[in-house]
Design a protein around this ligand. Sequence first.
Ligand code: GSH
Length: 257
Amino acid sequence: MASTQKSYHTKATGAALATAEKHAASNSLTLYGSCFCPFVQRVWIALEAKDMEYQYVEVDPYKKPESLLAVNPRGLVPALRHGDWGCYESTVLMEYLEDLNGMRLLPKHPRGRATSRLWADHINRHIVPQFYRVLQAQETDKQAEHAVELKTQIEKLVDAADANGPFFMGADLGFVDVQIAPWILRLRRVLGPYRGWPDPEPGTRWAKWVDALEGNEHVKATTSTDELYLDSYERYAENRPNTSQVANAVNSGRGLP
Ligand SMILES: N[C@@H](CCC(=O)N[C@@H](CS)C(=O)NCC(=O)O)C(=O)O
C-alpha cells in the first residue's frame, strides 16, 4: 500500500458514532465490531431493530486484541459475547439474536422462514463475493464483467422479492433486508465512486427497495458518514474510473427491475 493512501477508520462517525456512544456501557451482551465492516453492520442493525440492550465495543480486527480473540479465535469481527459464552459469523449471530428476542426479523410461517434463509444464502454465496470482485478488479473490462454478474445476482433477489415491498418480504424490515443492507449502502458509497456503479433507475422495484433501506431508522443508526466508507475501501479499489463502462454495462439490456 502506498504511504499516501488512506487507511481504514477505527472509530465510527455520524449517526453510527452516536449509536456506539449510546451503547458504550458494559452489558452481558457485547458486540465486538469495526465501524467499516459490513458483516458487523448486519448484527448491529439486528440489535437495533430488536431494541435489545447491548454494549458496542469498537475493535481493530487487523490488530486482533485479546478481547476479540477470546470470543473468536480467528480474530474476525463481528463477534458476540453473551455472559461467559461467545460466538461469531454474522449470519449465525443474526440467527442467535432471532432465537433470543421476541421481535422477529424472520417471518412466523415456516415457509416464509425457509424462503428468507434461502435468499440470505444467495446473498452470502453470490452477492457479497461478487461485490468484492468488482472492487478488487483493476482493469475496466474486468470491472464491467464482474459488475454485470453482480447485477444478475441482485436481479434474482429483486425478482424473488414481494412485488409491492418496499422491503423483501413486504412492508417491514426483515432478515433478508438486514443481510443485504450493508452492501446496498456500499453500492452508492463505494462502488459508485470507485467503479462507476449506477444509481437505481427511479420508479423501479429496485429503487423502491434501496430507498426503503436508506430511510430505515435502524440502518441509518448504524451507518457512518460517506467519507468513512470511501476511505476504508480505497486500499482495495485503488483507482477511480475515468470511463462510464461499468454503468453502461450494468444498464445495457434489462436494467435492474
Ligand atoms: N464470514 C464472516 C466475515 C467477517 C469478516 O470478514 N470480517 C472482516 C472485517 S469486514 C475481518 O474481521 N477481517 C480481519 C481479518 O481478515 O483479519 C462473517 O460473516 O462474519
